[in-house]
Design a protein around this ligand. Structure first.
Ligand SMILES: Cc1cc2nc3c(=O)[nH]c(=O)nc-3n(C[C@H](O)[C@H](O)[C@H](O)COP(=O)(O)OP(=O)(O)OC[C@H]3O[C@@H](n4cnc5c(N)ncnc54)[C@H](O)[C@@H]3O)c2cc1C
Length: 427
């Protein structure tokens, strides 16, 4: 039987202890079979259990094995597309619903952490840092826009103020979102899995769904067992492969890389990020970073289209870190890893139903820590027959990547190269 461990990362090395979970060995029946134990799957499972459903979760490897256990840990509100762009595409009524939900994922995370006593180093405060006057102008209009949808915990930072929150000379200003923040992502997933089990949900690890028998009473097959369910939620995101061909066609797995320094010590850590906020810059191919609980810097950036694993991650990311913080030139990198997120052409999530009883959410295109928590709630609402918010996502238009599955990677890389050049020259 396969036994896929966590990839080596700072998170795996500092994960809270959890009991081993079994692989599925026989045939079980349940109300809802969730495929994938990342945030989308775990959030769905929790909301469903809280509403009286029986839930069985199948995880191909281990809880939080995918992006949910490897990400930058930044609680970034809203979607990977501005709400005014969404409004132009779908009209004011649907945009209003989506805009109202844009900050809900962050609230769900905080509620979960409090309700289930999850130890995941939750900190408040996230900064969007502008590298150019144009980016600063964009942040100003974004603030006005978000306030229109009721999100008011935002503060613009001028050049003097941003120096007070991050010791980096590159920024002309920024925006602080106190409803943003950061977490130890794998420990959040592990805590949510424990909450699922505390409510009677069952999680099987090392149990990949290898086939779905569709129909009125669908069955999910694993190598050694099967789950008969009333509903299925597909939450495998960038790691799903071709289990559901309809979903693979309209999205593309992409890799992004993260490094973690050795512990910096209190003094240097406080000098870099005095308030311990997380930071992401406003470039299309953005850099993001934050401190860990033991005062290391976690720094991420860059995208590998098509999700190939780069040979030397440190060689790619360390120069970016040193550009932001030259004062770290003698600091050792203790961990470097890669993870996959799922890109869609619109950069908006793909949510929907296949037939009457297979539901899915995937493809939040980079910013997924908050959205995936919201997705779980919206999927659970839909299974309970309240589909208004689910439909607001499901009705978003989606298009296949130009070039189909064969050429989508070079086309997307070309697009990113173009946007990277615009970032470089400040357009
Ligand atoms: C390196 C990195 C940094 C990131 N940083 C940030 C950040 O700072 N802030 C932010 O908002 N977002 C960030 N993201 C994005 C965010 O992490 C993701 O959007 C989010 O975690 C996706 O959650 P998910 O549950 O949909 O998918 P995943 O977490 O990938 O979970 C999918 C799970 O499904 C399982 N699975 C797949 N196929 C099957 C199958 N057939 N049977 C059973 N199980 C299956 C996988 O093993 C996996 O555990 C980052 C992503 C990466 C990769």
């Amino acid at each position: 039987m396969a036994n896929t461990p966590y990839p080596e990362s700072y998170y795996a090395a500092s994960a809270n202890a959890v009991p081993p979970r079994p692989a599925l060995q026989d045939e079980v029946e349940t109300d809802v079979c969730v495929i994938g134990a990342g945030y989308t799957g775990l959030s769905s499972a929790l909301f469903l259990l809280e509403n009286g459903f029986n839930v069985t979760v199948l995880e191909a490897a281990k809880v939080g094995f995918g992006a949910s256990g490897r990400n930058g840990g930044q609680i970034v509100n809203s979607y990977s597309r501005d709400i005014d762009v969404i409004e132009r595409s779908v009209g004011p009524k649907q945009a209003q619903l989506l805009g109202q939900m844009a900050f809900e994922g962050g609230r769900i995370i905080r509620e979960r952490v409090a309700k289930y006593n999850i130890e995941c180093e939750l900190k408040d405060g996230g900064v969007f840092a502008a590298l150019t006057a144009k980016q600063m102008g964009h942040l100003e209009s974004q603030k006005r826009l978000w306030e229109r949808f009721g999100h008011t915990q935002l503060e613009l930072l001028d050049q003097r103020r941003i120096r007070e929150v991050v010791a980096c000379d590159q920024y002309v200003g920024g925006m602080l979102d106190m409803s943003g923040g950061h977490i130890h992502p794998l420990n959040l997933a592990l805590g949510e899995a424990a909450a699922v089990e505390s409510l009677g949900g069952i999680i099987y690890e090392q149990s990949p769904a290898v086939r779905i028998e569709r129909g009125a009473s669908p069955v999910v097959h694993t190598p050694q067992g099967k789950v008969r369910a009333k509903f299925i939620i597909v939450a495998g995101n960038a790691y799903l492969g071709n289990l559901v061909p309809e979903l693979a066609a309209k999205s593309m797995p992409c890799g992004t890389q993260v490094i973690t320094t050795e512990p910096l010590g209190d003094e240097l850590a406080k000098c870099l990020l005095p308030q311990d906020y997380c930071v992401e810059d406003c470039n299309y191919l953005l850099d993001y970073y934050r401190l860990t609980g033991d005062k290391r810097l976690i720094f991420g950036g860059g995208v590998v289209y098509g999700a190939r694993d780069p040979a030397n991650i440190e060689a790619i990311i360390r120069p970016k870190m040193l550009k932001a913080f030259p004062q770290l030139k003698d600091v050792k990198i203790d961990y470097a890893w890669t993870g996959n997120f799922l890109l869609t052409l619109s950069r908006l999530p793909q949510v929907g139903r296949l037939g009457d009883n297979i539901y899915y959410s995937q493809g939040c295109s980079g910013h997924g820590v908050t959205y995936t928590h919201l997705a779980g709630k919206v999927l659970a609402e839909a299974l309970r027959g309240q589909a208004e918010r689910f439909d607001a996502f499901a009705d978003l238009p989606h298009y296949p990547f130009p070039g189909g599955q064969l050429l989508r990677t070079p086309f997307a890389a070309l697009g990113a190269w173009y946007y990277g050049l615009r970032d470089k020259f400040g357009y």
